[in-house]
Design a protein around this ligand. Structure first.
Ligand code: ZN
Length: 343
C-alpha cells in the first residue's frame, strides 16, 4: 500500500530526510500493518542518519525507534490481535532462539528486529511490523506512550534488573534532566528510593526536583561527591546511574557507599576514564554495564504510565513531515525531555 513517510536514500545531513509518498510492503505471515499514531525521536536517530552510529542501514530507509500505532490489517497466522487494537512497537524484538534469548538475556540478542535500524520505523503514516514485536498500548495519550519504552524501559533495567534497588536506598542520577536521566529519577522514586540528581546547569534544577529528586547537585562543582556524603550521613550513594563518562564517571565512583553499585549506560563525555583499582576492591564497588531493554521491562514501565506513576516529559510534538526540524532542535540541545512526531 501507499503511505507518506520520511524516507532516507543515504546517510548525511538533515536534508536526507525527505517526506514523500512511498510504498510499504504487504504484511507477510505473522505481520500486521499499523496506522502510526506517534513516534518519539531519539538522539540515536541523528547518529543513524549521519552514519556516526556505524550501524549499517539498507536504503531506502525510514527511521523511528519508538512507535505507537493502531492495527489496520492482519497478515496470515496472526493470533491474539485484531484490527483496531492500539499497540506499542518494541524497540528491540528479540529473535527468541539465540543463546542470549534462550538464557534470559534477550536484551543482548544481536539477531532481533529493531524498528528504524534493521527495518523501517515509525517516521511514517503506516508501518508493516511483526506481531511478535507488539505490546498492548496503555489507555493514555499515544504521544506519552511513544516517549516511554526506551528511556523508562532502560531506567527500569538499570535500577531493578541490574542494581537490585530496594526502598530506602539513595540513588545518584547523572544527567538527571535528560531523556534517560529524568526517567531514572521517576522510576527510582516509584521504588521508594531517595534520589539525588546531577545536572551541569543550575537552570535544570527545578525540572529535576519536579521529577521527584530530593536534591540536585551541579557537576561543574567538582566537590559534588562530598555533598552526596553530607546528604547521606557520610555513607555515600547506594546506587549511581552513570551515562556521561569522563570526569563525571571518575567523581561518581568516589560518591559510592561501601559495596555501592554503579550502572553504566553511556560515555559521550569520555570513553576512557581513570579507575582506581585499590579503592574499588577495598570498598567492594560493583560496576555494571547496561544495554537496551527486555520486553518485560518495557511492559512494566507502560503499566507504570497507565497507572500514573510516571510521566515522560514531552518538549514538543511536531508533524512527521518536519522530522528534519526535530533533528535540528535535538542537535542544538534545546530540547528538554522528548520530541514526538505525529502524522
Ligand atoms: Zn536472540
Amino acid at each position: 500500500m501507499l503511505t507518506d513517510a520520511v524516507v532516507m536514500d543515504g546517510l548525511g545531513d538533515v536534508d536526507v530526510l525527505r517526506y514523500r509518498r512511498t510504498e510499504i510492503r504487504e504484511p507477510a505471515s505473522g505481520e500486521v500493518v499499523l496506522r502510526v499514531l506517534a513516534t518519539a525521536v531519539n538522539h540515536l536517530d541523528l547518529e543513524l542518519r549521519s552514519g556516526a552510529s556505524r550501524m549499517p542501514l539498507t536504503f531506502p530507509h525510514v527511521l523511528g525507534r519508538e512507535v505507537v500505532g493502531e492495527i489496520i490489517e492482519l497478515g496470515q497466522d496472526v493470533t491474539g490481535w485484531a484490527v483496531g487494537d492500539r499497540v506499542v512497537v518494541l524497540p528491540n524484538t528479540p529473535c527468541g532462539t539465540c543463546l542470549e534469548c534462550t538464557t534470559g538475556r534477550s536484551n543482548l540478542c544481536l539477531r532481533g528486529f529493531m524498528p528504524g535500524i534493521t527495518g523501517w520505523g515509525g517516521y511514517a503514516a503506516h508501518m508493516t511490523v511483526s506481531a511478535r514485536g507488539l505490546l498492548r498500548a496503555p489507555d493514555v495519550d499515544p504521544v506519552l506512550a511513544a516517549a516511554t519504552p526506551i528511556s523508562f524501559g532502560t531506567a527500569w533495567r538499570m535500577l531493578y534488573s541490574i542494581a537490585n534497588l530496594v526502598p530506602g536506598e539513595t540513588v545518584v542520577v547523572a544527567g538527571a534532566a535528560g531523556g534517560l536521566g529524568h526517567a531514572v529519577v521517576q522510576v527510582a522514586r516509584f521504588g521508594g528510593a531517595r534520589v539525588i540528581g546531577l545536572v551541569s546547569s543550575p537552570a535544570k534544577t527545578d525540572f529535576v526536583l519536579a521529577c521527584g529528586a530530593s536534591a540536585v547537585l551541579d557537576t561543574t562543582d567538582e566537590h559534588w561527591p562530598d555533598q552526596v556524603r553530607e546528604l547521606t550521613d557520610g555513607c555515600g550513594a547506594d546506587v549511581v546511574v552513570e551515562h556521561i563518562g569522563g570526569t563525571v564517571f571518575e567523581q561518581a565512583l568516589t560518591s559510592l557507599a561501601r559495596s555501592g553499585r554503579m550502572v553504566v549506560g553511556g560515555g559521550h563525555g569520555g570513553e576512557h576514564p581513570r579507575f582506581d583499582v585499590i579503592e574499588a576492591f577495598r570498598n567492594e564497588y560493583r560496576v555494571f554495564g547496561s544495554r537496551s531493554q527486555q520486553p518485560h521491562e518495557v511492559a512494566r514501565v507502560l503499566q507504570l504510565l497507565a497507572d500514573g506513576h510516571i510521566r515522560p516529559a514531552v518538549d514538543d510534538v511536531l508533524p512527521v513531515a518536519e522530522a528534519a526540524r526535530a533533528h535540528e532542535l535535538i542537535a542544538a540541545r534545546g530540547v528538554r525531555g522528548k520530541l514526538v512526531l505525529t502524522p
